[in-house]
Design a protein around this ligand. Structure first.
Ligand code: SAM
Length: 292
């Protein structure tokens, strides 16, 4: 009876058996606290009815806990060295598939269709590699794949940005982009001491539930996302100056921008951090009507 993969003893034994070293460049901080691992599975509300996509299984600590609770688990790992390791550590679970790949390059809808039967809700769960937290979250949300939630461990600072309120310093394009598509909350925070090796920062588990019925939807989602990014490009500048940088400074463009702001009832001198998701949607639609 082996201890579970996420225990400190087993993690150290696996690292030693395979002569593995931690790759800092791949954000390899392995979680070695079974309570935290089980709490992640609970926060994601994984049941035997769910299929789970895991990003970065490492040596399989979280994967094992997911396999015990889910219908099927598909894990995508970039570090080729870990594939033979995972084959052995997860050998007892017949509901786990591991594929080699970079999550940022994965065509989500295709991969899910290929590995899952489409009869079970798909949930994404991960202890993310911190060097690419934001790109991963944005990639997952940009892909039109059918999954119901994302439950991920990330650095606490990023978690605070995702859940920030308008007008606070953490509020930015990431907040608006994520709030628009999901209902997001911090489930719990985790000290750096539960990882080997310890990262420099504390962490938090964030649960993002996809909004199924977007009550307010911009006419053009691609342009909406462009507007959000551009509005926060220079955070200390006014919305007006950011819009000029984004759309152009020609007099004719200026007139259309002024008109769009007036229609949306937004003062040009305001800063983007004061605008709610609803404000951005209104502005995006007014810009669309001005053919911007
Ligand atoms: N799931 C394990 C755990 O909880 O202990 C490992 C988590 S570790 C923070 C992040 C994992 O993501 C590492 O195994 C790393 O090799 C992997 N990884 C890094 N970049 C990746 C990428 N672009 N695509 C897929 N996996 C990646």
């Amino acid at each position: 009876n082996k201890p579970e993969i996420g225990s400190v003893t087993r993690t150290k034994a696996i690292m030693e058996t395979y002569g593995l070293t931690f790759k800092k460049s791949l954000g390899q901080n392995f979680l070695t606290d079974l309570n935290v691992l089980k709490n992640i599975v609970a926060a994601a509300q994984i049941s035997a009815d769910d299929d789970v996509l895991e990003i970065g299984p490492g040596i399989g600590a979280l994967t094992e806990q997911l396999a015990k609770n889910a219908h099927q688990v598909l894990a995508v790992e970039l570090d080729q060295r870990l594939l033979p390791v995972l084959k052995e550590t997860l050998a007892d679970y017949d509901n786990v598939q591991v594929i080699h790949g970079d999550i940022l390059q994965v065509q989500l809808a295709e991969v899910l269709a290929e590995h899952f039967d489409g009869q079970h809700p798909v949930k994404i769960v991960a202890n993310l590699p911190y060097y690419i937290t934001t790109p991963i979250v944005l990639h997952l949300l940009a892909e039109q794949a059918s999954f119901s939630s994302i439950t991920v461990m990330m650095q606490k600072e990023v978690a605070q940005r995702l859940t920030a309120q308008p007008g606070t310093k953490d509020y930015g394009s990431l907040t608006v982009g994520v709030t628009y598509a999901t209902e997001t909350e911090i489930a719990f925070t985790v000290p750096k001491t539960v990882f080997i090796p310890s990262p420099k920062v504390d962490s938090a588990i964030v649960v993002m539930k996809k909004r199924t019925e977007l009550q307010q939807k911009p006419q053009n989602e691609k342009n909406f996302r462009k507007l959000i990014r551009g509005s926060f490009m220079h955070k200390r500048k006014s919305l007006w100056n950011n819009l000029l940088a984004l759309y152009g400074k020609e007099p004719e463009i200026k007139t259309r921008l002024e008109q769009a702001l007036e229609t949306a009832e937004i003062a040009p001198g305001i800063r983007a951090e004061r605008l709610s998701v609803a404000d951005f949607i209104r502005l995006s639609d007014s810009l669309e009507n001005e053919a911007l």
